[in-house]
Design a protein. Structure first.
Length: 548
């Protein structure tokens, strides 16, 4: 400003003009550099955020695929997952850029502080004093918000749950047929409003405090403006000085606010990032032996499976699901586990697969405790079809290959498994055959019926040439004709294998060499079909009730 004034009042002054031009060139270079660094900065930032987000995705996937299955069935840990996954999507990048921004602010603030000190030392102190209370309020709010969200995770998940009920494909059918939409919407809003109101109350109280403090800050800032104006009137400052000081003060205040805002933002982000670390630090249960010390799966099972006094209750409560379960499944034998709903049949299968560990007793395969056997070898040698098996929205070939991804997915092996499960003709009829994507998620997919999906799951199990086959209700979704056909295949597939079949269907149960009956969380009967009927005990009553 002062230079322009000099040139304006002294038009002939060549030195002043040259000086002004030089200043303008410097300003243009600074302007251009600023614009360029802003564009390049945005590009680099975008790339960096991909790297950070990939890194954390990787950490999360590594954890979710390794932690004990039990975590997924425990509401407390589902809260932990929910909080962690919520934060992981944006907190790490925000912290990264928060720190960079903080360093940039620090440099600018140091320069501004120097200029302000030239006005008067007290100016910087005044600015600091007026901005600190707001920061303090924000830090407290961040802590309260963090505590509030932790205490209310269950409720937030419930809101999320109703949202899923209203929007997901898997619920859309029943939602329509039972006209559940209005009820779910009401529940969603009730849960959400309650939760929102509490959060809004906290935000309101924080805003009221902030406004009060901002008014005080404004008074202080305008007092400093007054001081600058006063010194200008006294002739101690030129017009350029006044502009410079006003700008410095204005910018200084803005930068200081930004700086302290970043600090409170970083505090909030680091608090919430604890949620992610809480999840990443979930303890993975250690097997009794290290992988290299563990035993291979018996190349050819001789004895079979033995349950020794196995007792189990789920981690959520102390209610015993099975107690004192001692039984064996001899090598090559097919055993049917029967019992009323909730008797603990599926739980025994989960224990045998290693998804849970018995709370009491142990399970051995050919005399080796199952958790002493190498994990991968266990996977290769025990194939399972769960009651709620997965419908993978991938190609038909991959759906079968997922039975054992360490096996080569040659055409012969895949089609052989599909033939054994009676699903080959259906897949073959699709335009893209085994390369057809199944399900309804992606374009150009083919959807299967529940019974066809079940046959595909069986094909998956057949593809895995495992020594042990566990089938939890393998024929529940099949029609009588398909069941009769499939039973023939199940018989063939179990012939040279050790099999455990859970079923409520008499035709399937009859196929077994031996039947184990569960009742009242205990094994109450064991024997051949006819033998058990003659006893006229629990199994007999079950069969009679099935006939009615
Ligand atoms: N994840 C879980 N957490 C807590 N309890 C569970 C869990 N899964 C099952 N249970 C309980 O364990 C008991 C046995 O369940 P399980 O699924 O083993 O029965 P089931 O005999 O297979 O029944 P069904 O014939 O209906 O399939 C039930 O009382 C059930 O409530």
């Amino acid at each position: 400003m002062d230079e322009i004034q000099v040139v304006a009042t002294n038009p002939g002054g060549e030195d002043a003009l040259n000086h002004l031009i030089a200043l303008l060139i410097i300003a243009a270079v600074v302007f251009l550099t600023n614009a360029l660094t802003a564009s390049l900065g945005a590009l680099v930032r975008e790339r960096q955020s991909f790297v950070i987000s990939d890194y954390f995705d990787n950490l999360i996937h590594n954890k979710t695929t390794r932690i004990d299955y039990g975590f997924f069935e425990h509401p407390k840990y589902q809260n932990v997952f929910f909080r962690a996954l919520n934060e992981a999507s944006f907190r790490p990048s925000r912290i990264f850029y928060g720190i960079i921004g903080l360093l940039q602010n620090l440099i600018t603030l140091t320069v501004m502080g120097g200029i302000l000190l030239m006005v008067h030392w007290s100016v910087s102190i005044v600015l600091l004093v007026v901005t600190l209370p707001v920061t303090f309020i924000r830090l407290r709010y961040a802590r309260s918000l963090f505590n509030f969200k932790r205490e209310n995770t269950d409720r937030e998940r419930k809101v999320n749950y109703y949202n899923r009920l209203l929007t997901s494909r898997e619920y859309a059918k029943e939602l329509r047929t039972f006209d559940l939409g209005p009820l779910f919407r009401k529940r969603y809003h009730e849960q959400k409003n309650d939760w929102r109101q509490n959060q809004y109350r906290m935000l309101k109280s924080k805003t009221i405090r902030e406004v009060a403090v901002q008014v005080l800050a404004a008074i202080a800032v305008f007092s400093v403006y007054g001081l600058i104006a006063y010194r200008a009137f006294q002739g101690q400052l030129s017009i350029g000085d006044v502009v410079l000081y006003f700008m410095a003060l204005q910018r200084g205040y803005a930068y200081l606010q930004e700086f302290l805002g970043r600090i409170s933002g970083l505090y909030e982000d680091s608090l919430f990032l604890n949620n992610l670390f809480e999840f990443l630090h979930l303890r993975e249960s250690r097997p009794p032996l290290r992988e290299e010390e563990r035993y291979p799966f018996p190349a050819r099972m001789k004895e079979g499976i033995r349950f020794h006094n196995v007792g189990f209750h789920y981690p959520v409560n102390d209610r015993w699901v099975v107690r004192n379960a001692s039984f064996s499944v001899n090598a090559g034998e097919t055993v049917a586990l029967v019992g009323i709903n909730g008797a603990g049949k599926t739980t025994l299968v989960k224990l045998l697969c290693g998804l849970y560990k018995p709370v009491e007793g142990e399970i051995r395969i050919d005399g080796i405790p199952i958790d002493h056997i190498k994990w991968k070898e266990r996977v290769d040698n025990i194939s399972v079809i769960y009651q709620d098996f997965m419908l993978y929205n991938v190609t038909a070939r991959e759906n079968i290959w997922f039975g054992n991804v360490r096996r080569e997915s040659s055409d012969d092996k895949i089609t052989d498994a599909a033939r054994q499960a009676g699903i080959h003709e259906i897949i073959d009829d699709f335009a893209d055959g085994y390369e057809t994507t199944l399900g309804t998620l992606f374009e150009n997919s083919e959807q299967l019926s529940p019974g066809q999906w079940q046959r595909l799951a069986l094909a998956r199990s057949f593809f895995n040439q495992s020594q042990i086959v566990l089938l939890d209700e393998p024929t529940s979704a099949l029609d009588a004709f398909s069941e009769a056909k499939l039973l023939k295949y199940i018989k063939t597939i179990t012939e040279n294998r050790t099999a455990v079949i859970i079923s409520h269907r008499l035709s399937t149960i009859k196929m077994a060499d031996r039947i184990i009956v569960l009742d009242g969380h205990q094994i109450v009967e064991e024997g051949h079909y006819e033998e058990l009927l003659q006893k006229e005990g629990t199994f007999y009553s079950m069969v009679e009730s099935l006939k009615q």
